[in-house]
Design a protein around this ligand. Sequence first.
Ligand SMILES: Nc1ncnc2c1ncn2[C@@H]1O[C@H](COP(=O)(O)OP(=O)(O)O)[C@@H](O)[C@H]1O
Ligand SMILES: [Mg+2]
Length: 284
Amino acid sequence: MTKEIPIIMMRDIDYIYPNGTEALKKINLNIFKGELVGIMGKNGAGKTSLIRTLNGLIRPTKGSIYIETENASSKSIANLSEKVGIIFQNPYHQLFANSVEEEIKFSLKSFNLDKEEIQIRTDRILNQFDLEKYRTRSPLNLSGGESKKLATASIICRDPDIIIFDEPTLGQDAKEIEFFTNLIKNERNRRKTIIIITHNIEFAYEYLPRTILMADGQIIADGPTKEVLNNEFLITQTSLVLPQIQQFYLALLEQGFQETLDMMSKNEMTDYLRNLLKNSSSKV
Ligand SMILES: Nc1ncnc2c1ncn2[C@@H]1O[C@H](COP(=O)(O)OP(=O)(O)O)[C@@H](O)[C@H]1O
Ligand SMILES: [Mg+2]
């Protein structure tokens, strides 16, 4: 069997901002094509700095990055941005055209497509993101959720192989989060590699197979999400709180319930409790 080569390789990455802040320290990381990976950690841990190195917005002070086996240091931001699409936390930093439609067209401009093709792709993405009704509206006059959607659409329309979201669920309502999770499923079916920075532990627990924990510019854990996020020591170190299901499990364990040991999902836990209550009430 041939060994698969990671689509992203980071080797001993350091990054120091011009003001002297050491934002990244000795980062080593492999991410494989088609993976869905979460990055978590306190504010200031270095999460955003880490992803900014991937499309060349900042260049490592030390170490090397390989994207699809090519050394990123030899590539321009424009070049890297065709492979790595980043949707930033604040959509307004990313939106600047006069209308929603122009925003998408502008994003497609560097691809050298003819006018008709640009229009076709623009229409398709506006439809996919349910933004057609805002076609002529200024991006500045969209709601928070809608502007996040537009910022996402303006990256997705470029069809990058690696898609990175910085805090996508922040301030989103249930329907917007559902749209987002469907989008991820969709892109994953297309073998896209997806990285999501999030503070939302319940979201990570439910949707992300692998989680990287960062603290103070370093990676302090990297593994299956359920192992990383159920680890009380790691969670405390990063000022997170244990996932609700794990807190619940620990509380049950304290009461002497051992059977829940292997339960990882809310559904399993709900079924277990339903049966337990049914049995105990039939005994009365
Ligand atoms: N443009 C910048 N100039 C100087 N320091 C910065 C800049 N951006 C971030 N930092 C610092 O780098 C560290 C990591 O920040 P960041 O990568 O934004 O963390 P996170 O995304 O985990 O909150 C922090 O100490 C932060 O204050
Ligand atoms: Mg950040």
